[in-house]
Design a protein around this ligand. Structure first.
Ligand SMILES: NC(=O)c1ccc[n+]([C@@H]2O[C@H](COP(=O)([O-])OP(=O)(O)OC[C@H]3O[C@@H](n4cnc5c(N)ncnc54)[C@H](OP(=O)(O)O)[C@@H]3O)[C@@H](O)[C@H]2O)c1
Length: 206
């Protein structure tokens, strides 16, 4: 599969490495254009290309990996969504990463807020709990699998991202819809910032 990224910073590059290792192709994009990403894609190697945001969004699966404060302007600058899957990996902190001022979106989960700004996209919350070094490292640690959480309103989109994560080697836990699951897994929720390992296979429904 070819996966697009909106944002090409530390996290998108770690995501790209993981996807390339799983045999996928990745088109990275940022606000400055493909030329600014030339060295990055050279370092990432075969399967990684630099594209425009339009090219990245044309992929059937697209990672959103920009700072929280940039989310509204970024989504407003993209072409109309036509049912693509939008993976929301954003942790809602204002300011630079590390400043840790959590954003307030009222009654919504932050992924519902993202979904409202991306009509036509099928939003899946995933990857936000994984720090870049862990995403780059082998998902299996001393025989235990890293746990990946996902939430979505669209069952088919959720299944597709579930399978993507599973094929990468993660133990995937489906937390439900964007509202309830999103609130559990986002920053400030009970699983926000947790990076867990699970021994053995996770069996859905048990
Ligand atoms: N780092 C982690 O461990 C980690 C873990 C989980 C989730 N996340 C989440 O991933 C997101 C990115 O984090 P990061 O650490 O990768 O930050 P980063 O290194 O600062 O990268 C941010 C990227 O967003 C791009 N960007 C900003 N505005 C844009 C726009 N309008 N259109 C397209 N691209 C735009 C930037 O490129 P230009 O400025 O050149 O456009 C840059 O490539 C954050 O929401 C963070 O919460 C990070």
């Amino acid at each position: 599969m070819e996966i697009g990224t909106i944002g090409a910073g530390d996290f998108a590059q770690a995501f790209a490495k993981r996807m390339l290792k799983s045999g996928h192709k990745v088109i990275l994009s940022n606000s400055r254009g493909p030329e600014s990403l030339r060295e990055i894609v050279m370092r990432l190697g075969p399967g990684a290309t630099a594209g425009t945001r339009e090219e990245a969004v044309a992929c059937e699966m697209v990672l959103l990996a920009v700072p929280w404060d940039n989310v509204p302007e970024t989504l407003a600058s993209l072409p109309e969504w036509k049912n693509q899957i939008l993976i929301d990996s954003v942790n809602p902190y204002h300011g630079k990463a590390g400043a840790f001022t959590p954003a307030d979106v009222g009654n919504l989960s932050t992924s519902q807020f993202v979904a409202a700004l991306a009509p036509g996209a099928r939003v899946v919350k995933a990857f936000n709990n994984m720090r870049t070094p862990n995403l780059e490292a082998d998902p299996v640690v001393n025989g235990a699998k890293r746990v990946a959480f996902i939430s979505a309103d669209d069952d088919d989109a959720k299944k597709r991202v579930y399978t993507l994560l599973e094929n990468c080697g993660y133990s995937v836990v489906d937390l439900g819809n964007l509202r309830d699951g999103g609130l559990i897994q986002q920053t400030g929720g009970p699983l926000g910032g947790r990076d867990l390992l699970e021994k053995g296979e996770y069996i859905p429904g048990t």
